[in-house]
Design a protein around this ligand. Structure first.
Ligand SMILES: Cc1cc2nc3c(=O)[nH]c(=O)nc-3n(C[C@H](O)[C@H](O)[C@H](O)COP(=O)(O)O)c2cc1C
Length: 341
C-alpha cells in the first residue's frame, strides 16, 4: 500500500465532518499538492493493462467520471493517481455558477451521494486553455453540455460551440444529455431531439477532422432512468448515426434504493452503490442493441473492484468512478485495476 492510500482512511473521518462540497474542493487541492510533491506516483505500479478503444490507447481501463474535475484543473494529478483516463466537465459555452449551495450530500449508509450541482463550471474556453499544456499519459475526455438558460430549441448551438472549442485539445468528447440538474436536458434524449443533435455534431466532427487532421471520438452519456422503449429508440439513433461510443450511466432520480433516508427528498441525482444495479441493466441492454463496434464506458456504482469486473462482464470496454472514490479513496483505483486484469 502506498503512502497516499494509507493516508486516506486517516483523513476521511475529518473530511466527512466537513460540508461535502468543501471537502471535495479541499481534497482536490491536496491532490494537486501531493502530485507536485511526487506522492501520487506509485499507486498502480505493476498493473499496466492498456486498451485500444475508439482508436485511442487507454493506459488502463479505469477513468475518472465527469463532474469530479469540472474545470480541468488537476488532470496530471488524476493521471498520477493511476487513472487511465480523465473526463473533465461538464463544460458549457459560458461560465455559470450552478445551483445555490448546499447542493451535494453524502449518504454514507448507502455509499451514495445526491448532487444538484447544476453544471457549475468556468466555461469551455477556460478548460481548453488549461488542457493546452497538459502533460499526462491519461486519455482526456471533454464532457460538454448546454448553459442552464439556453432553451432546448437552441441546445444544438451550445453543443456545437463546445465541440468546436474543445476538438483540438480533447482525446474524446462526451455529449452530456443526461444530467438531471439542468431543466429539460434529459428531454434531449427523446428520439427526434437526439437524432437532430447527433447528426449536427457528427457533421461538425467530420469538418473538424479535416481541419485538425485527427479524429476525436464522439460519445453520448445517457441516464439510468430510461424505459425499454427509450433505450431501443436511443440505440437505433446511435447505430444509425454511427456514434463512436456510449457512456452508461449518469446519476438516477429514482429514490427507491434509499427510501426512508433523511436525505431521500433532496432534489438531484443519486450516485454510488444504489445506482449500480439499474446502471448495469441499462449497460447490458445497450450492449445487446448497439452494433458491436460501438464501445460502452460503464459508470455508476463502482465502489469495489468486483463492481468494475461486473460492468466489464455486462459489456463495458472501459469503466469510470466518482462516488466510490469519495468512500474508498485511492485504494479503489488499485482495487479496480487489479480486479479487471
Ligand atoms: C457531485 C457530482 C457531480 C457530477 N457532475 C457531473 C457532470 O458535470 N457531468 C456528467 O456527465 N456527470 C456528472 N456526474 C455523474 C458522474 O459522472 C457519474 O456518471 C455518476 O455519479 C455515476 O457514477 P458513480 O456511481 O461512480 O458516482 C456527477 C456526479 C456527482 C456525484
Amino acid at each position: 500500500m502506498t503512502l497516499i492510500e494509507s493516508f486516506y482512511p486517516v483523513l476521511k473521518p475529518w473530511l466527512f465532518k466537513l460540508d461535502a462540497e468543501r471537502a471535495h474542493t479541499f481534497t482536490v487541492k491536496m491532490m494537486i499538492i501531493a502530485h507536485r510533491l511526487g506522492m501520487l506516483k506509485s499507486v498502480v505500479s505493476g498493473t499496466p493493462q492498456s486498451r485500444d478503444v475508439m482508436g485511442l490507447t487507454f493506459p488502463n481501463v479505469l477513468g475518472l467520471a465527469a463532474g469530479m474535475d469540472k474545470s480541468a484543473s488537476a488532470v496530471e494529478a488524476w493521471g498520477s493517481l493511476g487513472f487511465g483516463s480523465v473526463e473533465v466537465g461538464t463544460l458549457t459555452p459560458r461560465p455559470q455558477p450552478g445551483n445555490p449551495k448546499p447542493r451535494l450530500f453524502r449518504l454514507p449508509e448507502h455509499e451514495a451521494l445526491i448532487n444538484r450541482m447544476g453544471f457549475n463550471n468556468p466555461g469551455i474556453q477556460s478548460a481548453v486553455k488549461k488542457l493546452e499544456n497538459r502533460r499526462t499519459k491519461a486519455v482526456v475526455g471533454v464532457n460538454i453540455g448546454k448553459n442552464f438558460d439556453t432553451p432546448n430549441e437552441d441546445a444544438v448551438k451550445d453543443y456545437l460551440i463546445c465541440l468546436k472549442a474543445a476538438y483540438r485539445v480533447a482525446d474524446y468528447i462526451a455529449v452530456n444529455i443526461s444530467s438531471p440538474n439542468t431543466k429539460g436536458l434529459r428531454d434531449l434524449q427523446a428520439e427526434g431531439a437526439v437524432r437532430e443533435l447527433i447528426a449536427a455534431l457528427k457533421n461538425e466532427q467530420a469538418a473538424l477532422k479535416k481541419e485538425h487532421g485527427k479524429t476525436v471520438p464522439l460519445l453520448v452519456k445517457i441516464a439510468p432512468d430510461l424505459n425499454d422503449m427509450q433505450i431501443e429508440a436511443l440505440a437505433r439513433v446511435f447505430n444509425e448515426q454511427h456514434i463512436d461510443g456510449v457512456i452508461a450511466t449518469n446519476t438516477t432520480i429514482d429514490r427507491t434504493a434509499v427510501a426512508g433516508h433523511r436525505l431521500e427528498k433532496e432534489a438531484g441525482g443519486l450516485s454510488g452503490a444504489p445506482v449500480r444495479e439499474r446502471s448495469n441493466l441499462v449497460l447490458q441492454a445497450f450492449r445487446m442493441l448497439l452494433k458491436e463496434q460501438i464501445p460502452i464506458i460503464g459508470v455508476g456504482g463502482i465502489v469495489h473492484g468486483t463492481d468494475a469486473k461486473e460492468k466489464m462482464k455486462a459489456g463495458a470496454s472501459l469503466v469510470q468512478v466518482y462516488s466510490g472514490l469519495v468512500y474508498r479513496g485511492p485504494a479503489l483505483v488499485r482495487e479496480v485495476l487489479e480486479s479487471v486484469i
